[in-house]
Design a binder for this molecule. Structure first.
Ligand code: PRX
Length: 653
């Protein structure tokens, strides 16, 4: 792999950035190497206001259950709101909310503090207390961000569930978390459409399936008609009436769980990734400062949804911890047309823009077919920095983003990280790192990523291997909620010498040492930057018991979504073809949408009388991957029990 084409930061960028040039970067890396705990402790003192300062930095006595700053006490909402008001930023805009229809609401730090405090008081009035779990199933909204902050304010642990998940997925999460409350909205507005939320909550909670649940709080967004369960459902606006806008923050221990966020693994049900308070906030703030170079006059826009970790760290927590101004966008990039992002950047004079490769690829396609939505038609001169997250960005999309959105002058930070890591792990720093399209470049200072073989031995640069993190870091996952054994098995397998296993393969460039992520090494797919387990989709398919006998799911490359879901299905009835096959494929997609959510719908469905198996009965997934890609099957099929079915699987519906 040649990495000869590099984009260097301009002299001006390097001179003004928080981290200045590669010398600045190397000095930080050296500082962390020389005194690892001291490196993190000094940033934790600098960026966080502690009610009780910590005296211990890292406790590794119960590894891999690491503790950071454990005797310190703090409150995240205090750090994001009160502290900024106390510093004189009360009138500064914290949030610029743009609704689906283009209406804009600006919320200052004082206003956000008052809003969060009233909501926090309302939650307390309903009996929610420190340590209780609250599920948030909300649209992108000021109220959604405020709900998360209000939980943090009173020490309740939030678990945000993305508004695209189904009733079944929501129920699983409410049950697993043992939540006492769900905060939701009547409906959400996306792309001019009213989409249900409350009715999905009703379905999820039907038949008293979640016995820990007491209240459902409903934010009225659209005024659409909804069913009402007396004694359980409460309007948010009624609950807020008469609540004081003063609410003393609950000071919690640094290790107190700030949130759970469910994500897919290679086996079984989604796992509740548990994050801490102090260590998490530190990395959220530090990465916002160094990776995004956030400055007081910036207008920052992260396009993620608060239902994903990116929305947690780079909407609800990081930018607010630094007193920044940021956009919260309700809608979708293609409404009213595919110029929406560019139009909003121009309108709000956005300076830092952070989005996913999938969005970029689909907007490239849109601009190619409709000149009018090409970014060249918009004034994007306010931009100074671009970011990418969630999946590898292919060099062609990188170049387009750089040239047409960034005007050739904005660095692109390709940030590699995960729900479990809490914040950026491998990323360029914009005033320092020479950029190579398609590479996330070098570890964030203090982060000890490395590439090893199956036994945890370092592999030389230029040779691919398994991505690990050698030392614990402050914002790392603390455990899987309710399942510490699964945490150990998933992330700290015994053969890896105590290193954190990311689940990705990677390679370092022989010359530069730059990292390139080569994709998951487990059965996890990345579709449009959304993470999904193949097993989860398989179980959803086979739960359609009247139709499906057996199913296997693999990924295949897709130009827009990165990966696409491809399902191989054996029905309980004769193999269909033509229109009948199309109709059954639709029925199966709808079933998966109902079980998990529309994002998990298979793009291709292929029917066989059987699945390709070895004589010992194992499904040959490698072969299925080749079929899914449309490749001629060249591998040896002599161990295949029933070679004839390969022909049947050729047709995708
Ligand atoms: O495979 C990697 C990919 O997304 C996975 C993490 O997904 P999730 O927990 O949903 O978090 C997404 C947002 C942080 C990783 O294991 N991934 C994420 N960022 C990148 C990436 N792959 C390549 N390059 C990236 N910049």
């Amino acid at each position: 792999m040649s990495q000869s084409k590099q984009y260097l930061p301009s002299a001006e960028w390097s001179a003004n950035a928080h981290v200045k040039g590669m010398d600045g970067y190397r000095a930080l890396v050296a500082e962390a190497e020389a005194d690892y705990e001291g490196f993190w402790a000094s940033r934790a003192r600098e960026l966080i206001s502690w009610q009780t300062p910590f005296t211990k930095v890292l406790n590794d006595s119960e590894a891999p259950f690491f503790k950071w700053f454990e005797d310190g006490r703090l409150n995240v909402s205090y750090n994001c709101l009160d502290r900024n008001v106390e510093r004189g930023l009360g009138d500064k805009t914290a949030l610029i909310f743009e609704a689906d229809n283009g209406d804009v609401t600006r919320v200052s730090y004082s206003e956000l503090l008052a809003k969060v405090s009233r909501l926090a008081n309302a939650l307390k009035a309903r009996g929610v207390k420190k340590g209780d779990r609250v599920v948030i199933y909300m649209p992108m909204s000021v109220e959604g961000v405020a709900a998360m902050q209000a939980c943090a304010r009173i020490g309740a642990t939030h678990s945000v569930v993305f508004g695209g998940f189904s009733a079944q997925s929501l129920r699983d999460r409410v049950q697993d978390a043992g939540a006492v409350m769900v905060i939701t909205a009547d409906e959400q507005l996306r792309g001019g459409k009213q989409l249900p939320l409350k009715s999905i909550v009703d379905e999820a909670l039907a038949d008293n399936s979640c016995p820990t649940l007491k209240d459902v709080i409903v934010y009225q967004r659209t005024g659409g008609s909804i069913a009402w369960v007396a004694g359980r459902d409460l309007w948010l606006h009624e609950l807020l009436e008469g609540q004081s806008s003063d609410c003393a923050p609950e000071w919690v221990e640094s290790e107190h769980p700030l949130f759970l966020l469910y994500t897919s693994g290679s086996t079984g049900k989604p796992k509740g990734v548990q994050h801490s308070t102090g260590g998490y906030l530190l990395h959220a703030a530090l990465t916002t400062k160094w990776t995004f170079d956030l400055k007081p006059d910036d207008v920052f826009w992260c396009t993620a949804d608060i239902g994903w970790v990116t929305g947690h760290t780079y909407i609800t927590y990081g930018p607010l911890a630094l007193g920044g101004t940021e956009i919260v966008f309700e809608g979708v990039p293609t409404y009213p047309d595919a110029g929406r992002f560019w139009q909003m950047i121009a309108k709000h004079k956005v300076t830092i823009f952070y989005t996913a490769p999938t969005a970029i690829r689909s907007l490239i396609k849109a601009a190619e077919t409709n000149e009018a939505v090409h970014p060249k038609n918009y004034d994007l001169s306010s931009l100074r920095l671009l970011g990418s997250v969630g999946e590898p960005i292919n060099p062609a999309a990188w170049e387009w983003y750089h040239q047409h959105v960034g005007g050739g002058r904005c660095p692109i930070v390709d940030t590699f990280w995960q729900t479990e890591t809490g914040g950026h792990m491998i990323t360029p720093l914009p005033g320092a790192t020479p950029l190579v399209p398609g590479s996330c470049t070098l570890p964030f200072p203090g982060i000890t990523t490395a590439i090893v073989d199956e036994l945890g031995n370092d592999v030389p640069n230029g040779q691919g291997g398994i991505l690990v993190v050698k030392k614990p870091w402050p914002s790392m996952i603390r455990t899987i909620w309710g399942d510490p054994e699964r945490f150990k098995k998933s992330y700290y397998p015994s053969e890896l010498k105590g290193y954190y296993l990311a689940g990705d393969g990677a390679i370092r460039d022989a010359e530069t040492g730059y990292f390139t992520i080569t994709g998951r090494i487990d059965d996890v797919l990345n579709v449009s930057g959304h993470r999904m387990g193949t097993m989860e989709i398989e179980s959803a398919l086979v739960s359609c018991t009247e139709l499906v006998a057996e199913a296997a799911v693999v990924g295949r490359p897709d130009d827009t979504t990165g990966e696409a879901i491809c399902a191989f299905v054996v029905l309980k009835r004769p193999r269909p073809s033509g229109d009948e096959a199309k109709a059954i494929a639709k029925q199966l997609r709808d079933h998966v949408a109902k079980e998990i959510g529309p994002i998990a719908k298979p793009k291709d469905i292929r029917f066989g009388d059987n699945l390709p198996k070895t004589r010992s009965g194992k499904i040959m997934r490698r072969l299925l991957r080749a079929v899914a890609k449309g490749e001629a099957v060249t591998q040896d099929t002599s161990t295949l029990e029933n070679p004839a079915i390969l022909d049947q699987l050729g047709q995708a519906y």
